[in-house]
Design a protein around this ligand. Structure first.
Ligand code: ADP
Ligand code: 5GP
Length: 196
């Protein structure tokens, strides 16, 4: 498979936002996209949650203490930040700027409220895609199968999911992730059109 090649120009600083209730398949789809399209790059967020097995500081997230997160909020280092479950997550201005200045399209994997804020800031310079699970039952099944959270954390995520699903219509595109290949090809098409 050839990678999709597009112009490296990204002067306006266009950003790609992918949102989904936890377990819907956002990371799976985002990773395929990053693998496939050369000039889309992951914007690493900061979080106060602990790393999961296999996660590396500075790659999936910058893992910060509560105090360090507070310090960065005070210094205005976040483009946006939100509480999610029992932790906080934030998009670092430095990450997005670094990517834009190098001619890349930052891919933001963030929750609903943060996504809608970034969409407001960027307007037509952003595309916001909501990945929807086929049903809540299937979402539950995927979250449990992933085995990265305790049952209590799964319950918190399911609660957040029900809230997040109500916002789907506020996004530019809604893609149902039932069959992964079909969902991915829709997302790839949307992104390819956006960055063209
Ligand atoms: P998210 O990043 O949205 O929390 P993940 O990408 O980690 O979700 O996906 C949650 C789980 O569901 C993972 O184990 C993943 O392999 C699986 N998964 C993703 N897409 C599908 C799909 N279309 N059908 C079945 N399982 C899927
Ligand atoms: P997880 O703990 O599963 O990695 O992420 C939990 C939720 O936080 C996901 O919906 C994820 O997209 C979101 N998230 C990750 N980084 C950010 C961020 O920088 N800002 C916001 N608002 N949400 C984020």
């Amino acid at each position: 498979m050839y990678k999709t090649m597009t112009s490296r120009e990204n002067k306006k600083g266009k950003v790609i936002i992918i949102v989904a209730p936890s377990g819907a398949g956002k990371t799976t789809i985002a990773n395929k996209l990053l693998n496939d399209i050369d000039n889309v790059k992951f914007s690493t967020s900061a979080t106060t949650r602990s790393p999961r097995e296999g996660e590396q500081d500075g790659r999936e997230y910058f893992f910060l203490s509560d105090e360090e997160f507070d310090r960065r909020v005070e210094r205005g280092e976040f483009l946006e930040w939100e509480a999610y479950g029992e932790n906080r997550y934030g998009t670092l201005r430095s990450e997005v700027d670094k990517l834009v200045e190098s001619g890349y399209f930052p891919l933001l994997d963030i929750e609903v409220k943060g996504a809608l804020n970034v969409k407001k800031m960027y307007g037509p310079g952003s595309v916001a895609i909501f990945i929807k699970p086929p049903s809540l039952e299937e979402l539950k099944r995927r979250l449990r199968n992933r085995k990265s959270e305790t049952e209590q954390e799964v319950q918190i995520r399911l609660k957040e999911a029900q809230k997040e699903l109500q916002y789907a219509d506020e996004f530019d595109h809604v893609v149902i992730n039932d069959d992964l290949d079909k969902a991915y090809s829709q997302v790839k098409q949307i992104v390819t059109n956006f960055i063209r």
